[in-house]
Design a protein around this ligand. Structure first.
Ligand SMILES: O=C(O)[C@H](O)[C@@H](O)[C@H](O)[C@H](O)COP(=O)(O)O
Length: 253
């Protein structure tokens, strides 16, 4: 790993612009080196944060972006639970990512076939990689320490072969989802968690400072050759005792 950076902001209002700067700086770097920018998105509060910050950037050009989903809920796109549907309304409708660059699940398929179909789409988008190497993955963490749809104590945590796995017993509804696996997450060039709010403080401490017993899913995100950022706000960081970086909205990562 290129080193973990835990960066604390006074609030999500200061965190948002720095997240947008991270996205655009990694996009510029990726496009300069290999002609496109591959980005994996997660749901939760990231949707509204990216929907607010990215379209507000002057001269944002997403014509060379390829966007996938770190996990997706198996519901129709017009269901309020659909991560794609939320991003469509809040981000994709406002920026110029080509439709062909948005890799969506086929929500009409049963969950196993849906995961196979999404695996095929990712393989087509990353023909040279054993596991897709995304330029940037944006992740959230639930209060139970889950990330993507990789939940504590679930057999999927041990998956080593699949790119995308189905899950039909998600402890958080909706129960049927597809998710990237750890081999894909940990192959990324850069992974950034965004975690805000006081409800995350206890689990954030255990994830970042270690705990007794099995590691939380979020703690198993350790990119083999990539960067790892934890972008958090003061309430989420309130129990941490490790050294952190404290930055404001003008910072560059
Ligand atoms: O798939 C889901 O059910 C949610 O998207 C979930 O995984 C969310 O991303 C995390 O709970 C973090 O949530 P916040 O971003 O709101 O902290």
């Amino acid at each position: 790993m290129a080193g973990r950076r835990v960066v604390v902001f006074p609030s999500s209002a200061e965190l948002g612009p720095v997240l947008a700067q991270l996205v655009t700086s990694r996009a510029e770097k990726a496009i300069a080196s290999h002609g496109r920018f591959t980005l994996g998105l997660s749901g939760g509060s990231l949707v509204s944060m990216l929907g607010k910050e990215l379209p507000a950037l002057p001269d944002l050009d997403c014509s060379k972006w390829v966007v996938g989903f770190c996990d997706e809920r198996l519901v129709p796109f017009d269901d309020p639970e659909s991560t794609y549907g939320l991003y469509k309304g809040q981000l994709f409708s406002k920026v110029n990512i080509p439709d062909s660059g948005i890799l969506t699940i086929d929500s009409s398929l049963p969950v196993n076939e849906c995961a196979e179909d999404y695996t095929r789409k990712l393989k087509e988008a990353f023909p040279d990689d054993k596991f897709p190497v995304f330029d940037l993955l944006l992740l959230g963490m639930g209060p139970d320490g889950h990330t993507c749809s990789l939940f504590p104590d679930h057999p999927l945590l041990e998956e080593t072969k699949k790119i995308v796995a189905p899950i039909s017993d998600s402890p958080k509804p909706p129960p049927q989802r597809v998710t990237m696996t750890f081999p894909v997450v940990n192959s990324a060039r850069c992974v950034a968690f965004v975690s805000t709010g006081g409800s995350k403080a206890p689990v954030l401490k255990e994830v970042l400072e270690g705990r007794e017993g099995p590691a939380y899913p979020a703690a198993r995100v350790v990119p083999t050759n990539g960067e790892l950022f934890w972008l958090v706000d003061d309430p989420a960081a309130s129990s941490l005792t490790i050294q952190v970086e404290r930055l404001g909205s003008g910072a560059k990562l």
